[in-house]
Design a protein around this ligand. Structure first.
Ligand code: ZN
Length: 145
């Protein structure tokens, strides 16, 4: 069991870098996922991206349908035209809450922690969490909106 330290700061380099694709879900990646899954609830977050624990890889944990799921190499294939503005926070930006416009629905392509490919539609809160966490993988933070 390991709760990882969250990296904070809007100008911290690892939070601003575009992350690298994960070619294979190795034992090390599975260990990182396990640790990240233990870290998000400890920090009371809805999601956590690998750069937030200092790892520049395309991996995030998202609260989806009430459960923490790993999304590896996520790609948003489609976004609905309809958007909603809602308040968002970020574990890397303590005490900052901003109104962020997000697409109501998205179609996401990703690998799960077993290395299986999925293509799935998400809406509402799930879609918002995914858009926030995929932003992290491209070095984008809520203060950029
Ligand atoms: Zn965040």
């Amino acid at each position: 069991m390991a709760v990882l330290q969250i990296i904070t700061g809007a100008n911290t380099p690892v939070l601003r870098k575009k992350t690298e694709i994960i070619p294979k879900v190795t034992k090390e990646i599975k260990k990182l996922i396990k640790d990240m899954k233990e870290t998000v609830p400890a920090e009371k977050g809805a999601g956590l991206a690998a750069p937030q624990v200092g790892v520049s890889l395309r991996l995030s944990i998202c609260m989806l349908d009430g459960k923490y799921e790993a999304i590896i190499n996520p790609k948003i294939l489609w976004k609905s035209e309809e958007t909603t503005i809602d308040e968002e926070g970020c574990l890397s930006l303590p005490n900052i809450w901003l109104n962020i416009k997000r697409h109501n629905e998205i179609i996401l392509n990703y690998l799960d922690e077993k290395g299986k490919t999925h293509e799935k539609k998400y809406s509402g809160f799930d879609a918002r969490v995914i858009q926030h966490e995929v932003d992290h993988l491209d070095g984008v933070l809520i203060v950029d909106y």
